[in-house]
Design a protein around this ligand. Sequence first.
Ligand code: GLU
Length: 487
Amino acid sequence: MSSDSISKPAAPIGRRIRVRIAPSPTGPLHLGTARTALFNWLFARKHGGAFIVRIEDTDLERSDPKYEKDILEGFKWLGLDWDEEVYRQSERLALYEKYITELLDKKLAYYCFCSKEQLEEERQALLAQGYPPKYSGRCRQISADEAAKRARKGEASIIRFKVPETKITFTDIIRGKITFDSSLIGDTVIAKNTRAPLYNFAVVVDDYEMKISHVIRGEDHIANTPKQILMQEALGFERPQYAHLPLILSPDRSKLSKRYLETSLSDYRKEGYLLEAMINFMVLLGWHPAPEKDEATGRIFEPEIFSKNGLIKSFDLKRAQKQGAIFNIEKLEWLNSQHIKSLDNSELAKRLEEFLPRDWPKEKVAAALVVEKERMKKLSDFVELAGFFFKLPDYEAQLLIWKEMSAAQILENLEELKSIFRAYEALNIEDVIMKLADSRGRGGVLWPLRVALSGKQASPGPFDIIKVLGREEALERIKIAIKKLES
Ligand code: GLU
């Protein structure tokens, strides 16, 4: 292998764009993986390419089909549709075996019989001398025939790739030129046996077999890239282009706490975040749109609210950032409230369904959400905000009293309101009540009215509430308030 071939250019322009998300099903779908999936999906959709899902389940102990299900459901929820059948590495073992055997035959890989204890001892010895740990290459010396015989007989072994000493340079779309010195790497383990490949090797085979043109993944994989490139070279595979997305950091720039990173996407969903808000939020974790000009004021600004279709238009992988992306939960809440506001009411009603108690009548929900839409940060807020429409909360009579007024005065005003509600069936109650309020003092009329209708210290205004409750129920609630003050 010449070092020339190692720095050969990446996939030629014009090659069909094919990208993949390659989650390991060892936990539910988290924000980091969902973000990587989104960037891949946007890139594919933008360029008319293919977006592929590959489940990396070679770690049999840690993989679990229930996580695969969660991951795929998360992609579906976000609308990140994939273009081919889902691939599973566990179903492709024959393929990896073919290439592992090829490397063994070409003597580019070899069986290693070193015991764990032996390796650990050597590691410690190197560390003690101030050297970075690296496998000595001892088992390179064993002849291929003898090694094959020993492995066949069942002697414990693994398979290592012979890492050539060279410099590997690749151009990362986001980070520019990156060079690694492979002499620091040491011979990498690529498989436990010919049918049990490890991550780095299976990725190389799959990216090649699936004709992946661009590998877009998290920054935590940068150190794997030179190893993967060396294996591609050994097998004569074309090199894909690489783009490593920035880490997600907490607001103080420390590594994002597990609390957020390990919050699964389905938890965000259950908390009442819209998929539109999640997409909008995730794309801004590491990417910025091109600034735009406000035609009216001439002001230059960076748009923040995006629909998925809008993103397909404006997304440009080259605008992804190198530096860590700050996770800001207030921003997510704000984006969510913005996207809630822009949903049309019938769609919002549909989204709310899974959050509502079963016995809430649909028509009343539809009326209440018009009133509460502006106040909701999350879908789950609705039950708390609008609960009083469905069941009057128990409240203290004292809450009905406006400032320095006496209970008797308030009672008188409520009696007056009661007659208005009785008498003015067909008329515009608002006008009549406002007349009363203007003659008796606004606070003394509107405050107890609002409290009587809502049972709460804070709520939407009384006329909005009346629209939702209807005249009959409003009247009932006023009667309840009167009783409370009387006793
Ligand atoms: N399976 C790897 C992971 O879940 C991703 C591998 C890759 O994108 O190359 O982190």
